[in-house]
Design a protein around this ligand. Structure first.
Ligand SMILES: Nc1nc2c(c(=O)[nH]1)N[C@H]1C(S)=C(S)[C@@H](COP(=O)(O)OP(=O)(O)OC[C@H]3O[C@@H](n4cnc5c(=O)[nH]c(N)nc54)[C@H](O)[C@@H]3O)O[C@H]1N2
Ligand SMILES: Nc1nc2c(c(=O)[nH]1)N[C@H]1C(S)=C(S)[C@@H](COP(=O)(O)OP(=O)(O)OC[C@H]3O[C@@H](n4cnc5c(=O)[nH]c(N)nc54)[C@H](O)[C@@H]3O)O[C@H]1N2
Ligand code: SF4
Ligand SMILES: [Mo]
Length: 748
């Protein structure tokens, strides 16, 4: 059992009191504001409307401006927002396209053809809601509410989470855990007793040395961090990038280590070896705060740079030089933990190795390393107590993924398969804002699970692939047309941001909060919806935070002072960490107790067969996954992906630049669409690279359909992390087909 840190306990209580002391009653003002919302859906008194961006999960706060005709003109950043510092990234600026896209879902629909057929009839909202309420009640009666699962990502999910908990199910999951940052959180929790969450508390602004392992900031456009990294570069901080591809970050780096993919743990162990054998670690920090140094020292004794050379193909001198570079900057050094880290199935161990390296260099809790973030506590609107479910995702298979703190989406999918154990079987899904067909690897498995369901409802803004499988489709309006929950995110200072509509929803689309509430009321859950309009709910919450809806409409973002000056550890300060030993665990006692390696080991991964190349993928600065692939403003900037191929490989296959090829993977799966070749030295000999999110199969996405290829469809082999269920997706290998395959299986 983990202990609560005295420090964090003190901090949260103090902040609650602090917030109350700051409270300015804004009730009368708020009432006035409530009354001034006109029928057009926008607030007539406002010239600009606060929002926070929904194009990715960084949630930058901004302003929606309307032009003289009342049309959306632009979205710009809010100067007071620490996530964006007044500047949106290209995707956020292009967020207008999420609103103006004519391919958007327009009306509620009920399926008439087979699941996957995409045949629907339009229905009224009351028909759609009756249908869902009846399905949910039937499942509850037959199998219990617990057998309904919710897949969600993005703001709409919050409203459905409340609905689910009120209904009696905690089987709520999101792809941002087991397909994204899960291994990172588990690796860091089991080292420092704390995860990183979002925005990550990396003190990039003040760092002297930033180590990026795969993390491709610059293409990964997480706004505030890209800005801070570019400031750090201007200040002369040294960047060390480990990437088999010459990424944008690599091009700004003092050192680029073109590692052989899948071997990063060997490099990390060799770095730890150098730091320990050359006594470059922070001796006072290690002695004062860490547990298990001697075990670690023995563990890495033979993990020399020469040993790692044979695995990673990196020159041992470069390994030594870069280790010394980090130590020189310590503690103002960041071994950046990355964000999408579900690569090879041993990802928690790789992230543990990264956490350990940070601990040795004393960067956790230090200026230029990792700061202690602060977050405001905003209470939920008073409502009835949630019922206690009879079982949750934790009961599906308690022996699996023992250190997963959140539910594992792929496990919920497996629990929906025909062969799943009856006792904890999932029978119905709501899917809110996540395109599971493209997001979860091993698509066939997802479709098999969907076909077994008694019910599947989808809430989306676009005719994404998942929509074709829905029994009922709920068209959500874009984020520029709706309220959502407050953005309460961590940062150097606690802050909140408001999203409000600048326009009335187009066509017959509606906000998710409205849908969830209507379904809730239909199900008789009135005690969980004691507010009649979300403005009433938000205003109450804001009053608890010492502000009001009226004030937030005019400022958009509110920053609060930290109650204590404790962003960094003070030198010599005692600190109890939230681990079993109360120390930073170099040797993880929790992992040992659960039967996992308490110290990270390198394990060898498969190499591709002759003529095949490892498929690796990443982000383009102007797109977010598949969600922007049809955005008219962003397709103007990039409307398809291409496949990066090393010149030697291209010669071997006789490929030329811009030639269209089909990719075939190790299981014989061929990409539905061809992709253009980009011949470049920037990718090594072991792999090919493409941007995720293209190759859409739904013809209703008129700009995205058939543009480029989909990495997801080629990821049929999944290496699951035994510790927390993350889906390692980078052990798929592809080869090139230069002619259109005669018999092509086009799936979904
Ligand atoms: N092959 C492969 N798979 C991956 C990744 C990868 O790089 N490659 N990345 C992984 C990572 S890191 C993550 S975080 C996940 C992300 O996974 P997802 O969040 O599923 O990402 P998207 O594919 O963008 O799907 C989002 C869906 O939400 C819809 N949407 C957009 N805006 C709104 C809105 O305002 N309201 C509603 N209701 N819906 C909206 C979009 O139309 C789209 O259908 O994918 C993971 N899966
Ligand atoms: N523009 C844009 N920005 C985004 C997003 C987006 O969709 N668009 N999505 C956001 C989200 S949700 C996430 S999770 C993050 C993800 O962003 P990151 O956490 O930065 O993503 P990764 O998938 O870890 O990084 C991809 C990089 O890993 C490299 N790579 C591949 N294999 C290996 C390997 O074996 N070893 C090493 N060292 N490197 C390897 C690839 O060449 C590529 O440069 O991006 C966020 N930012
Ligand atoms: S980083 Fe860009 S896309 Fe993401 S929330 Fe900020 S502005 Fe929007
Ligand atoms: Mo992610």
């Amino acid at each position: 059992m983990k202990k609560t840190t005295r420090r964090s306990f003190l901090k949260t209580t103090a902040l609650g009191v602090g917030a109350l002391a700051l409270a300015k009653p804004g009730i009368s003002l708020a009432k006035r504001a409530l009354n001034s919302v006109s029928d057009s859906g926008s607030d007539i008194n406002l010239k600009r409307f606060p929002t926070y961006c929904e194009v990715c999960f960084w949630k930058c706060a901004g302003w929606t401006h309307l032009d003289g005709n009342g049309e959306v003109q632009k979205v710009i950043g809010n100067d007071d927002d620490p996530n964006c510092n007044g500047r949106l990234c290209p995707r956020g600026t292009g967020g207008v396209g999420q609103y103006s896209d004519n391919d958007r879902l327009k009306r509620p629909m009920i399926r008439t053809g087979e699941r996957g057929s995409g045949e629907f009839k339009e229905v009224s909202w009351s028909e759609a809601i009756d249908y869902v309420a009846q399905k949910m009640s039937a499942i509850k009666e037959k199998h219990g509410a617990e057998s309904l699962a919710l897949f969600q990502h993005g703001s709409g999910g919050d409203h459905f989470k409340h609905l689910y908990k009120a209904f009696g199910s905690k089987n709520i999951t999101k792809p941002s855990f087991a397909q994204c940052l899960g291994p990172r959180e588990v690796g860091f929790i089991n080292t420092f007793g704390a995860g990183l969450s979002s925005p990550e508390p990396t003190d990039l602004r003040n760092t002297d040395c930033l180590v990026l392992i795969g993390n491709h900031l610059g293409e990964n456009m997480h706004n505030g961090h890209v800005q801070e990294m570019s400031d750090a570069i201007d200040r002369g901080a040294s960047i060390i990038t480990v990437d088999p591809r010459f990424s944008t970050a690599a091009s700004k780096s003092k050192f680029w280590l073109p590692i052989k993919p899948a071997t990063d743990i060997a490099l990390l162990l060799a770095w730890i070896n150098v730091i320990i054998t050359e006594e470059l670690y922070d001796k006072d920090y290690v002695a004062r705060y860490t547990y298990g140094f001697e075990q670690l020292k023995a563990h890495v004794q033979d993990k020399t740079p020469e040993w790692a050379y044979g695995i990673t193909t990196l020159n041992p001198n470069d390994i030594r030089k870069t280790a010394r570079e980090m130590a020189k900057a310590a503690p103002a050094v960041i071994i950046h933990p990355g964000r999408h880290v579900t690569w090879y199935g041993d990802d928690t161990q790789r992230l543990r190795a990264m956490a350990i390296l940070n601990a040795l260099l004393g960067s956790w809790g230090r200026r230029g390393g990792f700061y202690f973030p602060e977050k405001l506590k905003v209470p939920d609107y008073p409502s009835a107590k949630y019922p206690k479910p009879k079982w949750t995702w934790k009961d599906i298979d308690p022996e699996k993924y023992k250190l997963a703190p959140l539910s594992v989406s792929n496990q919920i999918i497996d629990a929906s398969l025909p062969e799943a154990d009856e006792e904890h079987k999932i029978r119905g899904w709501f899917v809110v804002g996540t395109n599971l067909i493209k997001t979860i690897p091993n698509r066939e498995n997802t479709i098999k699970a969907i076909n077994e369901l008694e019910f599947i409802g989808v809430v989306d803004t676009m005719p994404a692939e998942i929509v074709k499988y829905a029994d009922v489709v709920f068209p959500e309006c874009s984020y520029l047309e709706r309220y959502d929950m407050l953005r309460v995110s961590q940062h150097r200072e606690p802050n909140i941001a408001l999203r409000m509509p600048a326009k009335k929803p187009k066509w017959d689309s509606k906000p998710a909060w409205w849908m969830a509430r209507e379904i809730g009321l239909k199900l008789g859950l009135n005690d969980y919806y004691r507010w009649s309009n979300i403005e009433e709910m938000l205003d109450w919450q804001l009053s608890q935070a010492g502000t009001s809806l009226a004030e937030m409409k005019t400022v958009g973002v509110k920053n609060y002072p930290r109650p204590y000056n404790d962003m960094y550890l003070r030198y010599g300060e005692d600190m109890e960490f939230n681990t079993n030993t109360g120390k930073i665990e170099l040797y993880s006692t929790e992992m040992a107790a659960m039967g996992y390696d308490p110290l990270p080991n390198y394990t060898k991964h498969d190499d591709p067969d002759y003529g095949y190349y490892r498929l690796i993928y990443g982000r383009a600065p102007m797109h977010t996954f598949g969600r922007t692939a049809n955005n008219p403003n962003l397709t103007d900037l990039m409307d398809e992906n291409n496949v990066w191929v090393n010149p030697k490989v291209a010669t071997e296959f006789g490929l030329s630049n811009n030639q269209k090829v089909w990719l075939k993977n190790q299981d014989g799966v061929v990409s539905s669409f061809p992709i253009k070749v980009r011949i470049t030295e920037r990718i090594g000999l072991h792999s090919v690279y493409m941007v995720h999110g293209f190759g859409h199969n739904n013809p209703k996405l008129t700009r995205a359909h058939g543009r480029g290829a989909s990495d997801s469809e080629l990821i049929t082999r999944v290496k699951v992390d035994p510790i927390m269920g993350g889906t390692g997706m980078r052990e798929n290998f592809v080869t090139f087909l230069t002619e259109k395959p005669i018999k092509m299986e086009v799936k979904s």
